[in-house]
Design a protein around this ligand. Structure first.
Ligand code: HCA
Ligand code: CU
Length: 391
């Protein structure tokens, strides 16, 4: 598994632009490109210059920003598109054509041999211009594997830098992805890219399966935006890889930027960051049940495989509910600077549970209870001493 040499092809500016809410202005595209570059992705992919006059202008502008990452554009498998792409000044061209019987019949109408011929022509042209070139088969997982190997071998011999497998409809399972990539790894010399749609929630798992089987490049987009419900999300993929090799991922990417990347793109496309989003969702580092809270307070790794600090995030322990535990309540009392014995905290915790059974509680209610307890104890203590005096 070439875990140590995987690259991210960040496609917010291509696949992401295909998200229904995305209508990026040229300035927003530049902002996204620069932020992704600063984050550290190895590649960004931008919409085809053939899509519209503004797309052409935006592609050229981004290609000339002088970014540290490589800038790719994405085109159909035709010489005209490839020429337009090369003239924008990008570092490479990602070429794609449908190979499944469904797309051959209902989309472009070409036979496998016609696809192969077009692919060789376009790949050879882009290579002759000194650019990086990738050839990808749309709808790979509903294509005949023999057809794929035939086309991939041909483009491999034509000098393609990468071949791409695209699970365009999100139908592949991790096992299928692993099998297809493993065989492809034996068939071609080129690097292997994987593009995974998330219709069945397998995008991250499938991307990992692809890497595990020998793929080298994974397509992502910020928050996973793309056609329908999108593709492998950048943050989720990073979480997957971080959990396997924390030091590598920390050295490759500026992880605390993820939160701002997600926030920025969410705002641009008119959505909110989901509560359960990988890393940056509001509950990603929130612990609730008393048993969890106790262990996390002792050693965060008990229930956290991602260290929130590495992502500029903070852990939150929720205590205002019936599942709470006295260790977490004690921790809160210490945060508030209140000195309570364990016995007292246990009594207060029992009270919190009873109250939470009756109505929803908030942290402020718990804080009030803790403070009131200390005040009452103090005045009780004062009263007893006065009583003592009277006596
Ligand atoms: C598309 C289809 C695509 C291409 C992926 C790729 C897909 O919208 O053009 O170039 O590898 O999912 O098949 O995004
Ligand atoms: Cu796609």
């Amino acid at each position: 598994m070439p875990l140590d040499r995987f690259s991210i092809i960040e496609s917010t500016l291509r696949e992401g632009e295909q998200f229904v809410g995305a209508n990026f202005t040229p300035e927003q595209k530049v902002e996204i490109a620069q932020a992704l570059d600063e984050f550290g992705v190895e590649y960004i992919e931008v919409t085809s210059p053939a899509a519209s006059p503004q797309s052409l202008a935006d592609c050229s502008r981004i290609a000339k920003l002088g970014l540290g990452c490589r800038v790719l554009t994405h085109t159909r498998c035709t010489l005209d598109d490839a020429k337009l792409a090369v003239d924008t000044g990008v570092d490479g061209v990602d070429v794609v054509i449908g190979t499944s019987p469904m797309l051959r019949q209902y989309s472009h109408g070409k036979s496998i041999q016609q696809i192969t011929d077009a692919a060789i022509e376009v790949v050879s042209f882009v290579k002759s211009q000194g650019l990086e070139v990738r050839f990808s088969s749309e709808d790979s997982f509903r294509s005949d594997a023999k057809d794929l190997y035939h086309i991939y071998s041909a483009v491999d011999q034509a000098g393609v830098d990468r071949v791409g497998l695209a699970d365009t409809v999100g139908v592949g399972t991790p096992t299928q992805v692993h099998q297809l990539v493993s065989i492809l790894r034996q068939v071609v010399y080129a690097d292997i890219e994987f593009h995974s749609h998330n219709d069945t929630g397998c995008a991250i798992a499938n991307s990992f399966a692809a890497l595990d089987a020998g793929a080298t490049h994974i397509d992502t987009s910020i928050l996973g935006i793309g056609e329908r419900n999108g593709i492998t999300p950048l943050g989720g993929f990073v979480a997957r890889m971080y959990s396997l090799d924390r030091d590598l991922v920390k050295s490759k990417y500026k992880l605390p930027m993820l939160r701002e990347l997600d926030r920025m793109v969410a705002e641009m496309v008119g959505i909110s960051v989901p509560f359960n989003n990988y890393i940056t969702g509001i509950t990603a580092f929130t612990h609730k049940a008393g048993i969890h809270a106790k262990a996390v307070l002792n050693k965060p790794e008990t229930y956290e495989i991602l260290d929130p600090q590495d992502f500029g995030m903070t852990r939150y322990i929720s205590i205002a509910h019936r599942l709470t535990g006295w260790n977490a309540v004690k921790d809160r009392s210490e945060q508030l600077g209140l000195s309570l014995t364990d016995k007292e905290v246990k009594q207060i915790t029992a009270h919190i549970k009873a109250l939470a059974d009756a109505r929803p509680l908030h942290l402020a209610d718990v804080d009030d209870l803790l403070r009131e307890w200390v005040v009452k104890r103090r005045s009780f203590g004062e009263v007893s001493s006065e009583e003592g005096k009277v006596e």
